[in-house]
Design a binder for this molecule. Sequence first.
Ligand code: SF4
Length: 68
Amino acid sequence: MAYKITDECISCGACEPECPVHAISEGETAYKIDPAKCVECVGFHDSPKCAEICPVDAPQPDPAHPKK
Ligand code: SF4
């Protein structure tokens, strides 16, 4: 399942450079994850890196985008 960034995001920008597949970009009010690119860090890290480093737990699994 892809991850999504919820409204909790404070746009600190910490997650963007950490994403190994460059799926994160800055949106108008919050950062966002491209579900077509997100691989949940499988093959790169033990767990999704954005969720690990986010200070406000904004990245969450997105049930709307299950694993392909
Ligand atoms: Fe938003 Fe968290 Fe990413 Fe910072 S690390 S931009 S608060 S999702």
